[in-house]
Design a protein around this ligand. Structure first.
Ligand code: ATP
Ligand code: MG
Length: 283
C-alpha cells in the first residue's frame, strides 16, 4: 500500500480549515505548530505543512501527491495539477482597485498605468484578454500602500470585505477572479485506491456540511403536505408518536434553502421542529 503525501498550508488562512476537513474524514494525526510533517495513524497518509505558494509545484512534481490550496495560487504558479474537489472555504475575490477620486473610470483607462500586485500572472492574463497594456509592478506584500506612495496608479489583490482598501483610500474597480480552496492531485496518482477512498470521505464530509437533519411532528391529516416538501436521502422516515393520529418525520434538507423550507413546513402544519448537524453522508 502506497503512503500518500498531502501538502497543506502550515499557517495562515487555509491552515485551520484544511486540518479540520482532514480530521472530519476520520484521520487521526498530531498537529503541532512546530512540525513540518505529520503521520496519520489510521490511514496511509503523511501531511506536509508548507507555505501555500509552494504547494502547487510540490504536487506537480510529485513531491506531494495531493494538496489543499487556493485556486489563485494554482493559477498564479501555472502548475500542471489535477483539480479534484472544490472545498467551499477560503473564498475570496481578486480585484483591481484604484484610489477614491481616481481618473481611472473604465478598463481602457488602465492603458499605460502602473498596477502593483503579488499576482502578476493572473493580472497579465486578464489584461491581455481585455487588450489592455499596463505596467505590472510585482511586489510581495502590502500592495495597498502602492498608490498612496506614488508607486502605482492601481493595485490588484485579494479583497474580502474591502476594509483594507478603504483604510488606504482605495475602492474596488474590477473583479478579476473568484477563488476558493481546492483539493489538487498529481496527474499520476488519480487511479490510486487510497486517493479514491480519501476523496470519497472528503465528499461525504462536504455533503454533510451542506445539509441538516430535521425531525418534526405533524398530524396525519397534514402528513402528505409536509412529506411533499421533504426529499430526505431516499425519502423521509415517518414514525408514529404516542399521541394518536400524530407522527414524527425525519429528513435531510439542504442548507441553501433551509429557512424557506422551515417556513413552508410550519405553514404546512409541522410542529416541534428539531434541526441537527450531520457528520457524514455516505451514499
Ligand atoms: P503563506 O505563509 O502560506 O505563504 P500567505 O500569507 O501567502 O501564506 P494567506 O494570507 O494565509 O497566505 O492566504 C492564503 C489563501 O487564503 C490565499 O491565497 C487565498 O486563496 C485565501 N484567502 C481567502 N480570503 C482571503 C483574504 N481575505 N485575504 C487573503 N487571502 C485570502
Ligand atoms: Mg503565500
Amino acid at each position: 500500500m502506497k503512503t500518500l503525501k498531502i501538502a497543506i498550508q502550515k499557517s495562515g488562512r487555509l491552515n485551520e480549515k484544511s486540518v479540520e476537513i482532514l480530521k472530519n474524514c476520520g484521520l487521526s494525526f498530531e498537529n503541532y505548530k512546530s512540525s513540518l510533517i505529520s503521520t496519520v495513524q489510521n490511514f496511509p497518509l503523511e501531511i506536509l505543512f508548507l507555505r501555500d505558494d509552494d504547494i502547487p509545484e510540490y504536487v506537480q512534481d510529485g513531491i506531494a501527491d495531493l494538496g489543499i490550496v487556493g485556486e489563485n495560487v494554482i493559477t498564479e504558479t501555472k502548475a500542471g495539477v489535477e483539480y479534484l474537489q472544490r472545498l467551499g472555504f477560503g473564498k475570496c475575490t481578486l480585484k483591481i482597485a484604484v484610489q477614491t477620486g481616481s481618473e481611472i473610470q473604465k478598463l481602457e483607462d488602465l492603458n499605460g498605468k502602473a498596477i502593483a500586485t503579488s499576482y502578476p500572472v493572473i493580472l497579465e492574463k486578464f489584461l491581455t484578454e481585455k487588450g489592455i497594456k499596463s505596467d505590472i509592478r510585482t511586489i510581495s506584500g502590502s500592495v495597498e500602500i502602492g498608490p498612496g506612495l506614488g508607486l502605482s496608479d492601481a493595485i490588484f489583490d485579494i479583497v474580502s470585505t474591502g476594509g483594507t482598501l478603504k483604510s488606504n483610500g482605495l475602492k474596488p474597480f474590477a473583479d478579476v477572479m473568484q477563488s476558493e480552496a481546492v483539493l489538487i492531485g498529481n496527474k499520476s496518482i488519480l487511479d490510486n485506491p487510497e486517493v479514491a477512498e480519501l476523496l470519497q470521505r472528503i465528499r461525504s464530509v462536504l455533503s454533510a456540511k451542506s445539509n441538516k437533519y430535521v425531525v418534526l411532528n405533524v398530524s396525519k391529516d397534514n402528513l402528505q403536505k409536509v412529506v411533499d416538501l421533504l426529499p430526505g436521502v431516499k425519502s423521509p422516515t415517518v414514525v408514529p408518536l404516542f399521541e394518536p393520529n400524530w407522527v414524527a418525520v425525519h429528513s435531510v434538507i439542504a442548507e441553501e434553502d433551509f429557512w424557506d423550507k422551515i417556513n413552508s413546513l410550519k405553514a404546512a402544519g409541522a410542529e416541534g421542529i428539531l434541526v441537527m448537524p450531520i457528520e457524514k453522508i455516505i451514499t
